[in-house]
Write a protein that binds this ligand. Structure first.
Ligand SMILES: *Cc1c(COP(=O)(O)O)cnc(C)c1O
Length: 373
């Protein structure tokens, strides 16, 4: 077994493995009224808006909580109560948007898509033409349930042509896949601290088109989830409304500095793509097949078919890999038995090779020979 003199590496799409520098940033206490802390929040928001080239048109509103809190806040604030939202659905996070809209009492139209197929911009445009009462499209960029990448540039163009608002869940793509607000118009784009920016979990943020946010006063169903109110308060006071997750904020600030030093989105994308390639080829050599075609796979998380062998069960596999120092993720598909391995976090292809070795050794221990996976 692996001598565990370190934390296990997280091969999961958030929380994920962070650098020592990011962890060390959390060794201080900060006051929420303190100007030094509030300057960090302000700079953090500027940097986040800069990553998607949105400074001229958009503002960043940070929000306490996990990523879903920000998705719910964006939908509840930007979609008016009489609004109607088209949701192209090819996975678990798209389904979560539909569930949020139902809680919020906002009308939704589902555009069902098989989980191994990307959303089709032409089908989205046709749905908008057919129903002029649809006010918004809510699109997941990388659907983390499978790891599929939906074609955001083409979808944004289609939605803009039809004059509707676009709300993007870019939770697992922001910072690692190119997004440009000037080339891919959106009303709101949502992400969080603990994904490809490699911070720790605990806050999300919404990059909102300033005019859309200004027009959204009074829409929200909930005080804590009211992004307009959060933004207005921050504009007025530079402070967070309600207690900020101070340690998460300073860790994200430090993680953003490392994102810049690494070379920004393009270089982070290249590292994750190298991780993904090492993972897929290594697992294929063990006889394990990815669920998605390579052409639609985002370099974020890979879904693998579970071995069909009767000795396989996920819990035993997980425990064996865990004992060797790595934490995997269960599958999120309802029809097929799968598991998932993330490519994101402070990891390199050398780490991924060790993960593959751990998976191979565990399957051997489970009595599942190479030819029977
Ligand atoms: C992680 C993630 C979320 C948010 O999930 P939380 O568990 O609330 O952090 C939302 N959408 C996508 C696509 C994600 O990957």
């Amino acid at each position: 077994m692996y001598p565990l003199d370190r934390d296990p590496l997280l091969l999961t799409p958030g929380p994920l493995t962070t650098s020592l520098r990011t962890k060390q940033a959390m060794l201080h206490d900060w006051g929420s009224w303190d100007a030094a802390f509030n300057r960090i929040t302000g700079e953090l928001c500027e940097q986040i808006v800069g990553i998607v080239n949105a400074a001229q048109t958009h503002v960043c509103v940070p929000l306490q909580g996990s990523g879903t809190f920000s998705v719910e806040a964006a939908l509840g604030t930007l979609v008016p109560r009489q609004g109607k939202v088209l949701v192209p659905n090819n996975g678990a996070y798209c389904a979560r948007i539909l569930k949020i809209l139902s809680y919020l009492g906002r009308e939704a139209v589902e555009l069902a898509i098989p989980e191994d197929r990307p959303a089709d911009p032409a089908a989205i445009e046709a749905a908008l033409t057919a129903d002029p009462s649809i006010t918004h499209v809510a699109q997941v960029h990388c659907e983390t349930g499978t790891g599929i990448l939906n074609p955001l540039p083409e979808i944004a163009a289609a939605v803009a042509r039809q004059g509707r608002g676009l709300i993007v869940d870019a939770m697992s793509s922001f910072g690692a896949i190119d997004i440009d607000a000037q080339r891919m118009p959106f009303d709101a784009l949502i992400a969080a601290s603990g994904k490809c920016l490699e911070g720790v979990p605990g806050m999300g943020f919404v990059i909102a088109r300033r005019e859309a946010l200004e027009a959204s006063a009074g829409n929200a169903h909930s005080l804590a989830m009211d992004l307009h109110d959060q933004w207005a308060y921050m504009q007025k006071t530079t402070q967070w409304r309600f207690t900020p997750p101070t340690h998460v904020v300073v860790a994200l600030y430090e993680a953003l500095a490392q994102h810049r030093e690494e070379g920004g989105v393009a270089v982070r994308h290249a590292r994750y793509a190298a991780n993904c390639a090492a993972l897929v080829s290594g697992m294929q050599a063990l006889g394990l097949r990815p669920f998605l075609d390579a052409g639609v796979q985002a370099p974020v998380i890979v879904t693998f078919h579970a071995p069909a062998h009767p000795a396989y069960d996920f819990r035993t596999f997980y425990d064996g890999v865990r004992a060797r120092g790595f934490i995997l993720y269960p599958g999120k598909l309802t029809q097929v038995e799968t598991f998932r391995i993330g490519c994101i976090g402070a990891l390199t292809p050398a780490d991924i090779e060790k993960v593959v070795d751990a998976a191979g050794a565990t399957l051997r221990d489970m009595g599942i020979p190479a030819g029977m996976r």
